[in-house]
Design a protein around this ligand. Structure first.
Ligand SMILES: [Zn+2]
Length: 143
């Protein structure tokens, strides 16, 4: 697992960072209280890629943590995960890392603390709370 993070860090140091100036936040966000998740990225029948988020879940999590989850979805957009197939474990890790690099610091720190509190809870694709907190800290590079 440690080698994974080292390779990850190297990848983002040499490949992803030069694209920093091109990070885009223009994708339309649609609130939907029926969404059985915090946020997700999807492609509509029109072909438009949008981010759908659940405003009720955001209220419960707080604006800062929710901001990180939305940044995670922008990560999927920027990393073209909607277009190119990627193993879900890598895609989710990349999106977390992207959000850790590009989201506002207070959102990154709030998400770090949120995932630490989740501890061993998590799922196959995203990993445990501890794993996500560790990934965010490493990718953010400022704490
Ligand atoms: Zn994701």
């Amino acid at each position: 697992m440690r080698i994974f993070f080292i390779l990850f860090t190297l990848f983002f140091s040499f490949v992803a960072l030069p694209q920093a100036a091109e990070a885009q936040w223009r994708t339309r966000e649609i609130p939907d209280v029926r969404l059985n998740d915090i946020a997700m990225v999807t492609r509509l029948n029109t072909g438009e890629v949008v981010i759908i988020y659940n405003p009720n879940q955001c209220r419960m999590l707080g604006a800062l943590v929710c901001g990180f989850f939305r940044a995670h979805e922008f990560g999927h957009v920027n990393l073209r995960h909607v277009i190119t197939r990627r193993h879900p474990v890598f895609a989710e890790a990349e999106a977390d890392c992207w959000a850790a690099q590009y989201a506002p610091r207070n959102e990154v720190i709030a998400a770090y603390n949120y995932f630490l509190r989740n501890g061993q809870r998590g799922d196959y694709a995203h990993g445990t709370g501890f794993q996500r907190a560790n990934r965010i800290r490493q990718c953010a590079g400022f704490f």
